[in-house]
Design a protein around this ligand. Sequence first.
Ligand SMILES: [Zn+2]
Length: 245
Amino acid sequence: MNLVILIIFITSILIWRLLRPKIKGVIGEKTISAILYFLDGSKYKVINNIVLKVGTKTSQIDHIVVSDFGIFVIETKNYKGWIVGAENSEYWTQVIFKRKERLYNPIRQNLGHIKALKNCLREYPNIEYKSIIVFPSKTEIKVNTITDVIYSHQLLETIRKHSAVNLTETDKENILQKINASNLAKVYDRRQHIKSIKQSIRKREHSIDENKCPQCGGDLIKRNGKFGKFLGCSSYPRCKFSRNV
Ligand SMILES: [Zn+2]
């Protein structure tokens, strides 16, 4: 009995370790969309997860806020420890437990995003773009920059400090439409989804070709049934896989 509990415990830890980076990334982005929800919807329009294509390059933007005061382009970085960097250096450093890791300067990364967005909105050359880099509140930001590099709890005040009107109501609407029309995020998700379905079908067919049950890995056996010959799993009745031949 104790062994079973131990096995369950170890398996849970392994699964958690495997999924943790993914879960954390998603939680990070979800938290920011939840914070942005508190902005006055008549002045600020939020779009989450935008994929833009310029030539052969694709840019994935976490959040865009189209507002009376210009467009905010928000890049979220879910990093722990100390973050050390400067405005123009190519790389920043994450210091965690005396270990140092390199990360591409998120200000530069976000400039790339803004460039892609400018290309998408080239009919509006007078838009003011504001780059914001957000780290979780538990991070220690040790950077010296002109661009706003902030903690997530400072996001609303950072956006609201801008009060010079830049866009009209009509501009805002047209810009939103343009971004949504250019956003490939849904297409990419769907493509990814189709790809993974195709992959699992291929895996299944390959398994059957090798005479292995795609459901349990047991051997497949040719059997005679009421309706003719069929391939069945040797683990029947535990596994009910069968296929006509
Ligand atoms: Zn089987």
